[in-house]
Design a binder for this molecule. Sequence first.
Ligand code: NAD
Length: 457
Amino acid sequence: MGLKEEAAHNRKGIEKMKIAIVGSGYVGLVTGVCLAHIGHDIVCIDNDRSKVKKLKEGHVPIYEPGLEALLKKYIKNKKLKFSYSIKDGAKEATAIFIAVGTPSKKNGDADLTYVENVAREIALSMNDYKLVIEKSTVPAATGKRIERTIRLNIPKKYKKGNKLLLDFDVASNPEFLREGCAIDDFMNPDRVVIGVQSKKAEKILREIYKPLKAKMIVTDTNSAELIKHASNSFLAVKISFANALSQICDHVGADVLKVAEGMGFDKRIGRSFLNAGIGYGGSCFPKDVEAFIRLSEKSGYNFELLKEVRNINEDQKAAFVRLIEDKLWIVKNKVIGVLGLAFKPDTDDMRNAPSIDIIKALQSEGAKIKAYDPQGVQNSKSIFKGVTYSKDPYALAKGCDALLLITEWEEFKKLNFKKIKSAMRQPLIFDGRNLYHDDNLEKLGFEYYGIGRGDIS
Ligand code: NAD
């Protein structure tokens, strides 16, 4: 933030706060940069030393539009610092966000090992009042466990018997940003949810977010934690509903795009998240749906609806592969070009990307896979064996027996299909995102297959 803007902020009566953020991944880094942008003093902490080194030099190790420019700006004017030590980093902070990963265990539970480690380290470095804020997505009642971990690990010098001589709070502040438009989502949220157990915690969180002028939803910590799992699971329900619908559309000769449009105009339903495709992926929906199913089981409720949502999602990828196998007839030794690898556009994130299952299934049938993605190639290299990478969509199309559209990057919307067709060995397009639904590719001589367009025969 420039000095002028900073002065403007101060005039508005915003109290600058010293904030530490533990975990400098997609969420932690965006949170740190954006909180610096609205006037706070930030230290971002990560135990990955090579990541911290890159960040200190002003390099963002992930692809997120706009992030690196802001990062450089706030490093330069010293609003944003980096550290790999919680002890050093958190010393001066009033508020400490936990933004480490909460991946799935084999049984679907959220693995909270990183959260526990961080809570213990925060306890050991306590020297004054701290507000510890969960930003990571965690199951309901995790806040209570963090509180207990901190209590148990606070150094002896701050204890008299069972009584603590210093005060702290634990709050929940789930994050709803989307990769690819994370800065805009953070700066212009639909709502900011804070789950607190004390007025002091509420006051601090309100102060932190004051410059955003966002709608604040204040709850207890358990409810705030549940809001995040319930929101992501509900969005997954909508996606799987659209995908189930697409299967019916193909069989009755209806068009899922028209059906979704007709449904979406109903304000009670809405059009968003009703896009049929090859299913949801990414680092959040799959793991959060699983974690919510497990949380429900532990609470004595069998959440069959969510289990079916997950099954539909898995089936959708399998159905896409079946369609390709059917239309290609013989898959062995066919050259298949994959447009898009990342789980969504504008990110390099490959975690649970639908491309993974689809490519692996086709490779197991003997297909030769070529791929192109504007940002996801580097991360995909450790996932795939035997994939060759092309420098652009036209090089990709060369010699292909079929093209698959997997990720709807903006640059894929405006391809020169005449050029693509002349490069391919045979002109088959499988559009996993219905990106080309209006492009009349058949007129150019392609065999075109979308999802749920009622044209599978
Ligand atoms: P990430 O894997 O990109 O980043 C996590 C970071 O935490 C890593 O850099 C890791 O090195 C660091 N870390 C782990 N243990 C540490 C420790 N002991 N000390 C310091 N650093 C440590 O994860 P992410 O995608 O940013 O997700 C973080 C959390 O936010 C998850 O719970 C996720 O579900 C949630 N979330 C993610 C998104 C998203 O779009 N990625 C959106 C909303 C919520």
